[in-house]
Design a protein around this ligand. Structure first.
Ligand code: F6R
Length: 238
């Protein structure tokens, strides 16, 4: 069953930040699965505020990011590596040696998978694509999928074009954790913000169906998953 919280954005981010604060109080060396994109930015801002007030520390935290674009240098401003430096890592006391990103080099993919299997994630953070993808597990992905290079869905390329100067510049492939990797996490937090997530959320909550046409429906099988949805994205939900 998916727990659902619908609130104003700023309240949502405060609620989620509190979950992280409590987690890190109990286990300072927690293993966190992290996401990029627009949805988690407000949460990262809240976490930075808590850090500045000395109410949270990332000193011992280990992180694994969900995905990374292929054919973009790490230093490119659109790489997910750069995103994490800019929006969180350089603003808190994390040891960057404890931060991990999926390699876009096929030969190194299995190392990331092995590391993930050895480090069970305490809290996995997710956004959701307007097509129902989680990480870059696009519609049609196998429920047993692990870390791999994926072709991005046309919808994802269109949606992410807003970060680039033109749609042609959006990478067409990415390295992504698989659905099996995500489901192994002890707790899952999914953030859905904005109008273009309303339709897919409506479909997910319409019934009990689990289908890889909407990969996020697989989360219905997870024992501890909460969707944090703003009022616009949740307009069709009760
Ligand atoms: C990003 C990721 C993606 C995004 C999703 C939503 O690391 O895994 O699944 O969470 O595409 O992106 P935004 O939040 O930009 O709407």
């Amino acid at each position: 069953m998916i727990n659902l919280v619908i609130k104003k954005q700023d309240e949502l981010f405060k609620d989620i930040a509190q979950v992280y604060q409590e987690q890190l109080k109990v286990k300072a060396n927690s293993i966190l699965g992290l996401a990029t994109g627009s949805s988690p930015i407000g949460l990262y801002e809240e976490l930075i505020k808590l850090y500045n007030k000395q109410e949270i520390s990332f000193k011992e935290v280990i992180t694994f990011n969900l995905d990374e674009y292929c054919n973009l240098a790490q230093t490119d401003k659109n790489s997910y590596f750069s995103f994490m430096q800019e929006n969180l890592f350089t603003k808190v006391d994390i040891n960057t040696q404890n931060t991990n990103f999926p390699p876009t080099d096929e030969a190194k993919i299995s190392e990331y998978e092995t590391k993930l299997q050895e480090n069970i994630i305490d809290i996995q953070l997710l956004g959701i694509g307007s097509n129902g993808h989680i990480a870059f597990n696009e519609p049609g992905s196998n429920f047993n999928s692990t870390v791999r290079i994926v072709d991005l869905d046309e919808k994802t390329i269109q949606d992410n074009a807003r970060f680039f100067t033109s749609v042609e510049e959006v990478p067409t492939q990415a390295a992504s954790m698989g659905l099996a990797d995500i489901m192994r996490a002890k707790k899952i937090i999914l953030i859905a913000i904005g109008e273009n997530k309303a339709e897919v959320l409506k479909e997910i909550f319409a019934n009990d169906e689990i289908t890889n046409k909407i990969p996020a429906t697989l989360l219905k099988n997870h024992p501890d998953v909460t969707f944090y949805v703003d009022e616009v994205a949740g307009k069709y939900l009760k």
